[in-house]
Design a protein around this ligand. Structure first.
Ligand code: PLP
Length: 359
């Protein structure tokens, strides 16, 4: 039985996008970011499709455990590290690599049995003021980690940019300088660049790059799309028409009657709404594809449904016809702009009742 709302995942597109990432990476190894259920695309399926990546990065222990349980034997980096002894022991048992960003994590490592060996990435806060050590504390943390028998040498050097997607490079160049200065005298692999860093700042490529969004075929840069970067969008979110009706001039549609028909309108109702992760904030006028043609949302997005003005759709429509909310022909970047958000949020926001299917 075909589900009404599905997110189909193009695994060939994932592999294609990895090859584009490699072309940009100037030989750096690729740590594929698959946190948050691989940005809504399905953690285990994406890791299987990206089997050629050099490592995977997830935010938390639980995500790493899901990968190992699915048989993934590659290196897995926990981007937030671990926060107690139990988590650390589990991480060591599974050979997860740990980002270390607060002194408490160094103390946890120090308290581990001396027989344990753990690969760590020391994170510098180069200006984002989120995770990482700054200035002198970074140098001290590096010395402390280099002195622990439980830590494999050399300690990896890690940072994250706050603004690599912005047109003005100033902030990122300043952050890059902070990283270079803090690490110039140190050995160890360097890992700095997310998708936008990889595209915009060749100097940030280091030994490892750490892209997420690009792998899913989506652009991290403003006013651009993945296709424009030679990528193939991986996810198509689709539903179906479940009702068709005519609406007279002056009639109002949906909750609050927020949209008024200014002409005799052919209206399709599709079974998708914010209960599926399609954002309520898009509102009237946002594009969808019905019967392969562009049409626009009429009225508010409900929990389970949207109204669509299909008057100008040139093909006859019937119940069950496909409605595409985003995909290769309708960039998620465009829908994110309508919703006043970023594509990350839309992709990660797909709800549990959406069937994620590989194709
Ligand atoms: C620490 C870290 N590295 C890399 C990434 C990947 O970023 P992007 O999807 O923009 O490539 C993220 C994503 O949020 C992140 O938090």
């Amino acid at each position: 039985m075909k589900p009404i709302v599905s997110a189909s995942i193009d695994t060939a597109a994932l592999r294609h996008n990895l090859s584009i990432v490699r072309a940009h990476a100037s030989g750096a190894r690729v740590m594929a970011v698959v946190k948050a259920n691989a940005y809504g695309h399905g953690l285990v399926a994406v890791a299987a499709a990206l089997g050629d990546a050099d490592a995977f990065a997830v935010a938390r222990l639980e995500e790493g455990l899901l990968l190992r349980a699915a048989g993934v034997s590659k290196a897995i980096v926990l981007l937030e590290g671990v926060f107690d002894r139990e988590q650390l022991e589990a991480a060591v048992a599974e050979q997860f690599e740990l980002v270390v960003h607060v002194p408490e994590q160094i103390e946890l490592l120090r308290a581990l049995t001396p027989a344990a060996r753990c690969t760590v990435w020391l994170k510098l806060d180069c200006g984002m003021n989120r995770l990482g050590f700054k200035g002198r504390a970074f140098a001290d943390a590096w010395k402390a980690l280099e002195g622990l028998v439980q830590v494999r040498k050399a300690v990896g050097l890690f940072t994250h940019f706050s603004s690599a997607d912005e047109r003005d490079p100033e902030a990122t160049l300043a952050q890059l300088k902070v990283f270079m200065e803090a690490t110039s005298a140190l050995g160890g692999h360097r890992c700095l660049a997310n998708s936008a860093g990889l595209l915009n700042f060749p100097l940030s490529r280091g030994d490892w790059v750490r892209p997420g969004l690009l792998l899913y075929g989506v652009s991290p840069l403003p006013d651009s799309t993945g296709a424009g970067l030679g990528l193939r969008p991986v996810m198509t979110l689709q539903s179906r028409v479940i009702a068709l009706k005519d609406v007279a001039v002056g009639e109002r549609v949906g909750y609050g009657g927020a949209w008024t028909s200014e002409r005799r309108t052919r209206l399709a109702v599709a079974a998708v709404g914010y209960g599926d992760g399609y954002p309520r904030s898009v509102g009237s006028g946002a594009p969808v594809l019905v019967g392969g043609a562009r049409a626009t949302i009429a009225g508010r997005v409900s929990m389970d449904m949207i109204g669509i003005d299909v008057t100008d759709v040139p093909v006859p429509l019937k119940l069950g016809d496909p409605v595409v909310l985003w995909g290769p022909q309708l960039p998620v970047e465009e829908i994110a702009r309508w919703a006043g958000t970023v594509p990350y949020e839309l992709l990660c926001g797909i709800s549990q009742r959406v069937a994620v299917e590989l194709c």
